[in-house]
Design a binder for this molecule. Structure first.
Ligand SMILES: *Cc1c(COP(=O)(O)O)cnc(C)c1O
Length: 447
């Protein structure tokens, strides 16, 4: 069965529809439904079951293109940890992006899908021997070193006569990000080499002393869900200063600068997102002026967006299993939750779910939407308006579900991870199938 909807041109969504954070192809459908890329969400839920993750392929591709056109002079590298599957790797490659991975698992998936290893960057604050072995064996373009001990470990496995390109992740001392758990630009967290205590300087000297490593530049990633350009401009200034100091101390001008990702997006209507074009303009200007002042050649820039490429392209559809009215509270419980989306439990974030699949004339009520898992923190939304007659069997669709949901999914309560369905031009197709009880049981060897 193929899900094809007639390609009737529909009017662009009106802001009053509250669709500002949905994929751009989203349109109101018949009887309270929504279509994404011409595919009915209610029909998709019926066909594939719930919970189901829907990914708008053209939205992903357009977001890749926005980055490519805003940063034509830079390497744009998609951070796979936001969401990775074979189709995703294929799409970002077709759009001219590189890939940033942080394990042998992500690396193998990409390379076996045909992703050119030279366009891959390996990250990780604690890379395992398997991660480093796979990276060297497959020939990844750049490995970003994150600790002093990694330097000799990597050099020891690079074959005689070859050189592995590396960057050093440093902590620029810039605090930015939407939550303490995603701020990675200061000295009080686990990532990178400190500039203030001299670790970064020592690491530079050690890498330069390794004949099998080629130091091509510096890397920093200051945090996640950053919605203003200012911290990036500050990071560029610090990093350029550091490049100048490295030249002074070692007589080398490093040719590359990797500014990481962390570009913020809106999860609910009215929230801020980072303006990618403005970021490009301001970063380019700061880099040009900073380098001119210190008489440095402008390094080649790399940026690593993850969330902003895939987050807004995803929608999750759940089915309501229970509605509980307790005193002043109404709890609407759905058939998924923290096992497919741990972000609310991890960071306390909240979403804006919407009833789909039937038209309700009931007055809106403020409700709390919760997951099915055995944790009180399994809360998707609080005090969100849903029709007062919301009931078991209803469908709730959650926008901005493309990043850091399924990539962080767990086996909690043995519920099984939901499938991923791509929608494009009125057609839906499975990218990743649902995890079955059989899948889960197979790993358990028994008594
Ligand atoms: C997580 C991460 C990214 C991507 O972050 P987003 O917030 O998804 O843009 C990029 N670079 C590094 C090193 C990261 O750890």
């Amino acid at each position: 069965m193929s899900l094809t909807a007639p390609q009737v041109p529909s009017p662009a969504p009106h802001p009053a529809d509250g669709l500002s954070v949905w994929p751009r192809s989203t349109r109101p459908g018949s009887t309270g439904d929504l279509t994404v890329a011409g595919v009915s969400l209610a029909e998709t839920a019926g066909r594939f079951g719930t919970p189901v993750y829907v990914l708008d392929e053209d939205e992903v591709r357009e977001r890749c293109r926005t980055y490519r056109s805003a940063f034509p002079e830079a390497d744009v590298v998609y951070a796979a940890k936001a969401f990775l599957c074979r189709a995703m790797a294929h799409w970002v490659r077709e759009e001219g992006l590189g890939l940033d991975v942080c394990s042998a698992g992500e690396l193998m998936l990409a390379v076996t899908t045909g992703f050119p290893p030279g366009k891959i960057v390996l990250h990780g604050n604690a890379k395992s021997p398997e991660d480093l072995d796979a990276a060297v064996r497959l020939g990844v373009g750049r490995i970003v070193l994150d600790s002093a001990s990694e330097i000799a470990r990597l050099a020891a496995i690079v074959p005689h006569g070859s050189r592995q390109r590396v960057m050093l992740r440093v902590v620029p001392g810039v605090a930015a990000g939407g939550h303490a758990k995603v701020r990675t630009g200061t000295d009080d967290q686990k990532f990178g080499l400190s500039v203030t205590d001299g670790s970064a300087r020592h690491a530079v000297a050690r890498v330069l002393g390794q004949s099998r490593l080629e130091l091509v530049g510096l890397h920093c990633h200051i945090g996640s869900q950053i919605t203003t350009v200012k911290p990036y401009v500050a990071a560029v200034r610090r990093m350029v200063g550091l490049l100048a100091r490295i030249r002074e101390q070692h007589g080398v001008e490093l040719p590359q600068l990797n500014l990481g990702g962390g570009h913020g997006i809106a999860y609910r209507p009215g929230e801020e997102s980072l303006d990618v074009r403005r970021l490009a303009t301001r970063v380019r200007a700061e880099l040009r002026d900073g380098c001119a002042e210190l008489k440095l050649a402008v390094p080649r820039l790399t940026i690593e967006p993850g969330r902003a490429v895939v987050g807004p392209a995803g929608v999750c559809v759940y089915r309501v299993l229970a509605v509980k009215r307790t005193g002043p509270h109404t709890f609407v419980a759905v058939d998924g939750g923290m096992s497919d989306n741990p972000r609310p439990a991890l960071y306390g974030v909240r979403y804006a779910p919407r009833l789909i699949g039937r038209h309700s004339t009931a007055a809106p009520h403020l409700v709390t939407v919760v997951g099915r898992h055995c944790e009180a923190g399994d809360v998707l939304a609080e005090k969100v308006p849903l029709p007062g007659d919301v009931r078991p069997g209803d469908l709730l669709a959650v926008p901005v579900a493309g990043a850091y949901h399924l990539s962080m999914a767990s086996g909690y309560n043995l519920v099984g991870r939901p499938p991923v369905v791509a929608v494009k031009d009125g057609t839906a197709r499975t990218l990743v199938r649902r995890e079955s009880l059989d899948d889960l049981n197979r790993r358990d060897i028994g008594l």
